[in-house]
Design a protein around this ligand. Structure first.
Ligand SMILES: Cc1ncc(COP(=O)(O)O)c(C=O)c1O
Length: 342
């Protein structure tokens, strides 16, 4: 029985086209000078996102960390929506490496989304010398642990405006910004308006084996290059993996197919009596009474998922076909009453 892996959109394998591009990539030493293929990828992504410059980093975590390090120092506070990846899933590096004191904003604007008024309130006004200084708002679009939820462009602009009015810089964790733009039918640049830095992942949904881009102003990216080296992320012939990233970008117009797959899965699960919401992008969180038991039961029938709090998380991706979703539903159906009550 072939296992159907819905744990994440990071489980995809590089396509033959990516492997061919990797084999043929023009390369140089990116620490000594520039790797030409990395430079092409950086320019292409900066352009797509409407920012001046970009640098390739090996992972989304490193992209976010460099973003935070650019904006924060010791004694500074940063705000982020509750359950943001930078708060709970990056081993606290925003605090112990970037030096910021994190503050989680409850989802008063909807799942995964704080409101501009919350930003204003939480930023506060400068206090005496011994108080924390609010320096940064870190947004996440789509918000992974809220279930791949989308912040629309107008709401994004209002959040940025509130942050700027309070003197905060803005970093956007856009690991799945592609999915947000696809769901909204807008340009990627509409969702980066006003940000100082943004991080996007080529390894989530697009199928690249590795690589993220941090984007911002040219001077910020010059400084980011130093920070990347400091963290051990300066690579030599990185064009080999950047070439796969360039091919991965060609998949952008097809991301909507993954949204359709997860919507079909949600619809099927609802027909079995499970409390599956209508997914906004490619992520579906289904609350169950016992997530760890549900995980084991699903694994036994060849459906792999991950727990997120009291829910199980399904993520659709390019290595699963529409037919795979039907197979998953057929495998899950006999377990439905167990999943509802376990
Ligand atoms: C929203 C978000 N940000 C950042 C990351 C980190 O990416 P990476 O695993 O490449 O470090 C992830 C990973 O799943 C994520 O979901």
């Amino acid at each position: 029985m072939r296992s159907l892996d819905l744990r994440s959109d990071t489980v995809t394998r590089p396509t033959p086209e990516m492997r061919a591009a990797m084999a043929a990539a023009e390369v140089g030493d990116d620490v000594l000078e520039r790797d030409p293929t990395m430079a092409v990828l950086e320019a292409r992504v900066a352009d797509l996102l409407g920012l001046e410059a970009a640098i390739w980093v090996p992972s989304g975590c490193m992209g976010n960390l460099i973003g935070l390090m650019l904006h924060l120092g010791r004694g500074d506070r940063f705000l982020a929506p509750a359950q943001a990846h930078v708060l709970g899933s990056e081993l606290g590096t925003g605090a112990w490496l970037a030096g910021g004191m994190p503050e989680a904003l409850a989802w008063e604007g909807g799942p995964g989304r704080p409101t501009p008024a919350q930003v204003t309130r939480a930023a506060g006004s400068p206090g005496p010398y011994y108080t924390l200084r609010s320096r940064l708002l870190c947004l996440e679009n789509t918000h992974n642990f809220a279930g791949g939820t989308v912040t629309p462009a107008a709401e994004h602009r209002a959040l940025v405006a509130a942050a700027k009015a309070a003197g905060l810089a803005v970093h956007l964790d856009g690991a799945r910004l592609w999915h947000a733009a696809t769901a909204l039918g807008c340009a990627l640049a509409d969702l980066t308006a006003g940000v100082d830095t943004v991080q996007v992942c080529l390894s989530k949904g697009l199928g690249a084996p590795m690589g993220s881009l941090l984007c911002g102003s040219a001077p910020a990216m010059t400084e980011a290059r130093r920070l990347r080296k400091m963290l051990g992320g300066g690579v030599r012939q990185g064009g080999v993996v950047a070439a796969a990233g360039l091919v991965a970008l060609d998949h952008l117009p097809r991301l909507g197919e993954d949204h359709a797959k997860i919507q079909r899965l949600a619809e099927g699960l609802r027909s079995f009596g499970l409390a599956a919401p209508v997914p906004e992008t490619n992520i579906l969180l289904v609350p169950v009474p016992n997530a760890s038991e549900a995980l084991v039961a699903l694994e036994a029938v060849g459906v792999r998922v991950l727990p997120v709090g009291p829910a199980i998380r399904f993520i659709a991706h390019r290595d699963l076909t529409a037919e795979d979703i039907e197979v998953a539903l057929r495998r899950i159906e006999p377990l439905a009453s167990h999943l509802r009550s376990a």
